[in-house]
Write a protein that binds this ligand. Structure first.
Ligand code: NOJ
Length: 514
């Protein structure tokens, strides 16, 4: 386990929309390098950069054409290597996005695989044995190649599934999970990882990490076995490299697959979503952090605690403000509500992730789909840096921007918030710094619930010597807390007071006591 994860706070960058250094309307790697002082000031210690590799961009770069080449629109491999160096100089690690489940249908492996003549890439993807035979229960395409066969899709139509074999094999053409061709795909992915790790990258966020072996069992044990094999390689060759999975099942990903961290994704109705995206289930929004949500922390804890308890000795659950696939939290939460959510995020166990722009409360915009984003596009608009043209994102003409920007008069802007003491940015920065400066709040320090009752507030929890309490509602709340009046207030949002053994929390307040 890389030690540096213990006090890590990540910042996710969608490279298209972060900072455009050459005025072509799209963000780039030199633009990220220019922004490193800003990133370091925020207090985060690591970056996750969405795929920045050569691609036809039918899925925003998750359709990779060359794993080892930076997409020209973002710069060159040298630029990326310089980013590693400049980030490291500031104590910041950089994770790249590894997409192991599929490539673009323009990847040279696939172009070879499509050919009628047998070659070394024929079995790199999942193919049936003739063009009139489809794949039961899985998406596939046939009639698009001279090779007689249908190929399986892993996501969109442009993303053929790489072949890691099948656990439950029902057809002759299905490779076994322990076949030489499945092993060859796995080794090819290790080769990609070594390529970037040797150049200075610090690990990977792994796309659809649970999708490798087809017809896997309920525990995804064959897919997990591949990741354990990868972890063995990392432990031996790159013990400092970190891996975070897009899996959202920490028992499988961490305990089974040996991932260091697993994302708690926004799955409808799960514990994480009840905190801030309860609306995704339809009907009334009772998100815990919504002041009018009649917050019930038990809906979160009932789902979270079993996952946390089962994995806490082996790895970390990663909660995020949002990501490039989810609606931004500001879609429904106001700034005071966001502050409480961020304070909670920065005081929970595991490794937290902040999505670019959420530190200023960037909004979810109603924009036309771009590069296969569909409803995700609204969370992918350019960063609002300052009051110059295009909010300082780019010097390009407005119509040449990657995506339109927030036109509203009160659109949040970095420049304003950096200097406003009461801003969302300043609040988040305070809590990031507090977390990183207090060993009790690092990833591995146990969580103890002090007060959590169905439909009752506040929620009170302890980590080491620190006690946190949050009241997201619009009413004052109180709770019995032994020795409350003797505790020191270390950080606060809103107001609290104490009387002997009682903690009173004003509407929308958060406190860290010691
Ligand atoms: C998950 C990624 O986060 C998403 O953006 C992408 O479209 C799919 N995987 C396919 O790679």
């Amino acid at each position: 386990m890389p030690e540096w994860l213990k006090d890590a706070v990540f910042y996710e960058i969608y490279p298209q929309s972060f900072n455009d250094s050459n005025g072509d309307g799209i963000g780039d790697i030199p633009g990220i390098i220019e922004a490193l002082n800003y990133i370091s000031d925020l207090g985060v210690s690591a970056l996750w950069i969405n795929p920045c590799f050569d691609s036809p961009f039918l899925d925003a770069g998750y359709d990779i054409r060359d794993y080892k080449k930076v997409a020209p629109r973002y710069g060159t491999n040298e630029d990326l290597i310089l980013l590693f160096k400049e980030a490291h100089r500031r104590g910041i690690k950089v994770l790249l996005d590894l997409v192991p489940g599929h490539t673009s249908d323009q990847h040279p492996w696939f172009l070879e695989s499509k050919k009628a003549e047998k070659n070394i890439y024929s079995d790199r993807y999942v193919w049936t044995s003739h063009a009139f035979e489809g794949i039961k229960d899985h998406p596939y395409i046939s009639g698009m190649s001279e090779r007689a066969g249908a190929y399986m899709l892993n996501f969109f139509a442009s993303q053929p599934a790489l072949n890691y074999g099948w656990l439950n094999r029902t057809e002759k053409w299905m490779s076994a999970a322990d076949s030489p061709e499945a092993a060859a795909t796995r080794e090819a992915m290790k080769d990609v990882m070594r390529f970037w790790l040797d150049k200075g990258c610090d690990g990977f966020r792994v796309d659809m990490a649970d999708s490798l072996v087809k017809n896997d069992d309920a525990n995804k044990s064959a897919t997990a076995a591949i990741w354990r094999n990868v972890r063995e390689m990392l432990d031996k060759e790159y013990p400092e490299a970190a891996m975070v999975s897009e899996w959202s099942n920490p028992q499988q990903a961490i305990n089974g697959g040996g991932f260091h961290m697993d994302f708690y994704l926004d799955h409808v109705g799960n514990g994480y979503n009840t905190l801030l995206r309860d609306y995704e289930k339809g009907g009334e929004d009772n998100s815990f952090f919504l002041s009018k949500g009649h917050g019930d922390i038990m809906r979160f804890l009932d789902d979270y605690l079993p996952k946390y308890n089962a994995t806490k000795d082996r790895g970390y659950i990663s909660m995020f403000t949002c990501n490039h696939d989810t609606p931004r939290p500001a879609r429904t939460l106001s700034v005071p509500e966001l502050k409480l959510f961020y304070a909670f995020l920065m005081t929970m166990p595991g490794v937290p992730f902040v999505y670019y722009g959420d530190e200023i409360g960037m909004r979810y915009l109603d924009v036309k789909t771009k590069e296969g984003g569909y409803q995700r596009t609204g969370s992918r608009t350019p960063m609002q840096w300052n009051h110059k043209d295009n909010y300082g994102f780019s010097s390009a003409a407005k119509e040449d921007l990657y995506l339109p920007m927030d036109e509203s008069e009160d659109a949040p802007v970095v420049f304003d918030q950096v200097s406003a003491p009461d801003s969302l940015y300043r609040c988040l920065r305070r809590f990031i710094h507090f977390r990183r400066n207090n060993r009790d709040l690092w990833a591995d320090i146990p969580l103890e619930i002090l007060y959590a009752e169905k439909e009752k507030l506040p929620f009170v929890y302890r980590r080491g010597s620190l006690i946190m309490a949050v009241n997201p509602s619009l009413e004052e709340q109180s709770v019995h807390l032994s020795g409350a009046s003797k505790l020191r207030r270390m950080e606060m949002i809103g107001k609290i007071r104490t009387e002997e053994d009682i903690l009173y929390m004003e509407p929308q307040s958060f406190v860290i006591l010691q």
